[in-house]
Design a protein around this ligand. Structure first.
Ligand SMILES: [Zn+2]
Length: 519
């Protein structure tokens, strides 16, 4: 699961929170259908009822081991985890669903490191990277000259580029846009500005930042490495692009003609880093329903080692093992893959281990744009990802009331003595903080099946994105039952005669209508 600060930048959900909260309280569920068993095997003899605890434990102890160094996207430990998962799929006889006849869906990510140094000389002032300015993009630069102000830098109008020749010049623009409110919009406007400035031949772009995200967050975030999916705006060498903290309008002179600045920076080193989602298929047994898929997804990446982790750590343990986040979920899909391949359900199942979650839900974003089975035949995604657990009598399901499979989820949990808690910590906007949201955005009903918690309490905080999230600290009796409940729930949904539907009026319902009615 992603941290809220990262989320704030990438998804804008600090602002979505309140509407989500309201929504989850007002939308009435329509999912009270009874569970229909199409299997003739008595439930207790289904393979998920005899998963050995030692098997769950050994998978977790490997995936969350120190040797895998926090499984950071694109790094060796991340690939080792992907390889381990792929070989488990092979052992279980899953059909490879990857892009080269194997289990891997390879993704080329862009990795941009923080600028080592940058200064902007402006009259008597010197602004420094990590203090008054952040470098957003660009290579090494040493530039001097008069600036030219272009308003928001988004139009060719009077208040934009009209009548201004910016070729080879240092362009200054106001931060954000007249419409931009959330972080996503502010960053989107910023990328547009850079593209426009580049198209017009500018040498550099300075934005005067005074938007809603506090400068401290901005500064902290861009002082670290970022990993992104390649887009048009970050292919090719970008110009030097910086934000300066203009919260108190202290640099308003940059809007005036004739101002001269000197800009020096080491730039942000940029490279390509490859990682992969891991995907395998279990074919359904029903001649008709096997053309429909349910996705069982879990991210296997985590945040890495030391400073990469983004949280304080002790010298004695600098590895962010991510046992809870998300080795548990990864093993839940492995055990579900095993149970469902031993006793296949009516519908087909795509087992999907996702990379790039912690760096912005990128593996699932990429998958949703490059699906390995058609999305319109994908009727449900049962994602599993969690922040940890503080109640071993329950599982927690984010989106329980919205995604139309409440009955199966409750039955799946009950079979292993667990209750279900719907929508924990609504203030956290969790629905939009894990990979399920990228399926939801395409219209696929997609809850997140998480270990038991009701709020972000002390027990959650003790391990969530901390180096202490080690396998040794897990209650494996609970983890086993969690995995079993997940596998059984997956089976019940895959065997349902009808597809789960979004609750009426849900914000993702229109996307579902568009997806499932297309030719
Ligand atoms: Zn996480």
């Amino acid at each position: 699961m992603q941290t809220s600060t990262l989320l704030a930048f990438l998804a804008g959900s600090l602002l979505i929170n309140t509407s989500l909260q309201a929504q989850s309280r007002t939308v009435k569920t329509t999912s009270t259908r009874t569970v229909t068993k199409t299997s003739t095997v008595p439930p207790a003899r289904l393979p998920e009822f005899s998963i050995p605890r030692a098997e769950v434990e050994s998978h977790i102890r490997f995936i969350a081991s120190d040797e895998l160094e926090g499984r950071r996207t694109g790094e060796k430990g991340n690939w080792t985890a992907a390889r381990y998962i792929a070989e488990q799929f092979r052992l279980l006889g899953l059909k490879p669903a990857g892009d080269q006849g194997d289990y891997f869906q390879r993704i080329n990510f862009e990795k941009v490191k923080a600028a080592m140094s940058a200064t902007l000389l402006l009259g008597k002032d010197t602004l420094h990277a990590g203090k008054e300015l952040v470098i957003m993009a660009g290579g090494p630069t040493d530039l001097s000259g008069e600036v030219i102000y272009v308003g928001y830098g988004l139009t060719d109008g009077e208040d934009g580029y009209k009548g201004r020749d910016v070729k080879g010049r240092i362009v200054v623009a106001q931060g954000g846009s007249p419409e931009a409110k959330g972080p996503g919009e502010i960053f989107g406007a910023s990328r547009n500005k850079r593209k426009i400035a580049m198209d017009k031949g500018a040498a550099a772009l300075i934005e005067l930042y005074s938007e809603s995200i506090p400068w401290g967050f901005v500064n902290q975030y861009f002082s670290r490495e970022q990993i992104t999916l390649p887009t048009e705006s970050n292919t090719g060498k970008p110009i030097t692009h910086l934000w300066i903290n203009n919260a108190n309008n202290q640099y308003k002179q940059l809007k005036e003609a004739g101002q001269t600045v000197t800009l020096r920076t080491s730039g942000r080193p940029q490279s390509t880093v490859v990682s992969a989602n891991v995907a395998g298929i279990i074919e359904g047994t029903d001649p008709k329903l096997k053309n429909e898929y349910i996705v069982l997804s879990a991210h296997f990446d985590h945040v890495g080692v030391g400073k990469q982790g983004g949280s304080p750590y002790q010298a004695s343990d600098s590895i962010f093992n991510g046992a809870r986040d998300n080795a548990i979920g990864t093993v839940a899909i492995l055990e579900a893959a095993k149970a469902l391949s031993l006793q296949r359900p009516s519908r087909s199942v795509l087992v999907l281990a996702l990379t790039g979650e912690e760096v912005g839900l990128l593996g699932s974003k990429y998958y949703s744009e490059h699906p390995l089975v058609p999305l319109k035949q994908t009727i449900f995604d049962l994602n599993t990802d969690g922040a940890g657990y503080s109640d071993t009598t329950i599982i927690s399901v984010i989106g329980l009331e919205r995604t139309g499979a409440k009955a199966e989820i409750e039955a799946g949990a009950k079979a292993f003595g667990l209750g279900v808690f719907g929508d924990p910590a609504p203030e956290q906007g969790l629905f939009d903080r894990s990979d399920n949201v990228n399926f939801a955005a395409k219209g696929v009903p997609a809850p997140d099946f998480a270990p038991g918690f009701k709020s972000f309490d002390q027990e959650i905080g003790k391990y969530y994105h901390q180096a202490t999230d080690n396998p040794e600290s897990l209650n494996f009796n609970y983890v086993l039952r969690f995995c079993q409940a997940y596998a059984h729930t997956a089976r019940l949904i895959a065997n349902r005669p009808t597809r789960p539907q979004w609750s009426s009026g849900d914000k993702y319902e229109p996307a579902a209508k568009a997806l499932y009615t297309q030719e």
